[in-house]
Design a binder for this molecule. Structure first.
Ligand code: NAD
Ligand code: MG
Length: 393
């Protein structure tokens, strides 16, 4: 039995993970579940899966959960506070940890799982964007097994040789090609971007995801973060990673080899597929995703992203090339901007200018240690918060 701890259990990835696990009761056992404050969601999951530990970051929510579970006769221990997330990430029985907290809040718990040398299923791309080199150094040091859940990176992992050891040239790879759906605003005229509402931005045409990543998909910052993620995961330089827009979201990414072969990973846009792949790796298990009928497949289109309409993609590449702490600044500014947009305090079309100005105020700062990264994240949030006042509606 593999013990699984799920950080961010009540979110879109968390729920999909529990769905896959529920299909394999003899193979997986849930040992810990965490959430921010969704008492109803976490209580139902605890009653169903009986973990040893449940963590609610919010203390009031934790005490409600404790009462709820006591009434239901469930013996799960309930803890609260951000430190308890790290306990859940490194619990002795947690062989596999699903890192599915959204945003920078996931960095320390994800690193705790890495440092404990577990199999880490990485959905929380922001942690890797913020702390890339030091995150990967911890993976090497601890011997943790890092498997990407992001559909593109999971697809690339599947298209690379099994023994890929971080050298694209040695593996005969010319480039990694990330596909992007283009999000819900792909064909919206640039002048209409100012009036985009959170509901429009979150209405993704092919994927059903949490609100933050949905906005990132609408700005295409998500693809920018994913280029950085790909460079870190596969030791690729930025010029070896390309992005193509593929609105059908059936090709999840590709690897082009020097002999002209292009290996393509296809499937329904269903996160249970990469989740099942990483949970069982190197074996294969049923994910619950429907079978894929190629004869019913719509025509597949591939096109270049439009840099005018989606400036966030270029900003991410700029931060990647600047190096040092620039990706952490980019990520923090983006989180501030997206939160302000979702809260109705910032127009959609000024998300990119806000990030650009934050990067200009904090150009490529050093960020060597974890403390540097955390301090820089806080500083970039302050700068972006001040700047957002100027862009306010
Ligand atoms: P979501 O908003 O649906 O869920 C987020 C989870 O994190 C919830 O359980 C929530 O309680 C918890 N959380 C939120 N803030 C927290 C905090 N401050 N401290 C502790 N826990 C907190 O998000 P999601 O769509 O499931 O995405 C999770 C991560 O996976 C993100 O990093 C996202 O980029 C990545 N990802 C998601 C998808 C997808 O299909 N949803 C695909 C690829 C990658
Ligand atoms: Mg993705």
């Amino acid at each position: 039995m593999t013990g699984v701890s799920i950080l961010g259990a009540t979110g879109s990835i968390g729920v999909n993970t529990l769905d896959v696990i529920a299909g394999h009761p003899a193979r997986f056992r849930v040992v810990a579940l965490t959430a921010y404050s969704d008492v109803d969601g976490l209580a139902a999951q605890c009653i169903r899966h009986r973990p040893e530990l449940a963590v609610m970051v919010d203390a009031e929510a934790a005490s409600k959960l404790r009462n709820r579970l006591r009434q239901a006769g469930v013996e799960t221990e309930v803890a609260s506070g951000p430190e308890a997330l790290e306990t859940a990430a490194s619990l002795p029985g947690a062989d596999t940890v699903m890192a599915a907290i959204v945003g920078a809040a996931g960095l320390l718990p994800t690193l705790a799982a890495v440092r404990a040398g577990r199999r880490v299923l990485l959905a929380n791309k922001e942690a890797l964007v913020m702390a890339g080199p030091l995150f990967m150094a911890e993976v090497t040091r601890s011997g943790a097994q890092l498997l990407p859940i992001d559909s593109e990176h999971n697809a690339i992992l599947q298209c690379l040789p099994h023994d890929y050891a971080g050298d694209l040239d040695a593996a005969g790879v010319r480039r990694l090609i990330l596909t992007a759906s283009g999000g819900p605003l792909r064909t919206l005229p640039a002048e209409a971007m100012a009036a985009v509402t959170p509901e429009q931005a979150c209405a993704h045409p092919t994927w059903n995801m949490g609100r933050k990543i949905s906005v990132d998909s609408a700005t295409m910052m998500n693809k920018g973060l994913e280029v950085i993620e790909a460079c870190r995961l596969f030791s690729a330089s930025p010029d070896r990673v390309d992005v193509v827009v593929h609105p059908q979201s059936l090709v999840h990414s590709m690897v082009e080899y020097v002999d002209g072969s292009v290996l393509v990973h296809m499937g329904h846009p269903d996160m249970r597929t990469p989740i099942a792949h990483a949970l069982a790796w190197p074996e294969r298990i049923e994910s619950g995703a429907p079978a894929f009928d190629v004869t019913c497949c719509p025509p597949l289109a591939f096109e270049q992203p439009d840099p005018q309409r989606f400036p966030c993609l270029a900003l991410a590449l700029q931060a990647l090339r600047a190096g040092g702490g620039a990706p952490a600044v980019l990520n923090a500014a983006n989180e501030v901007a997206v939160e302000a947009f979702l809260g109705g305090r910032l127009r959609f079309d000024v998300i990119a200018p806000l990030i650009e100005q934050t990067l200009a105020e904090l150009p490529a700062p050093e960020a060597v240690t974890l403390e540097d990264v955390i301090a820089l994240d806080a500083q970039a949030r302050r700068v972006a918060g001040e700047l957002s006042g100027r862009f306010q509606q």
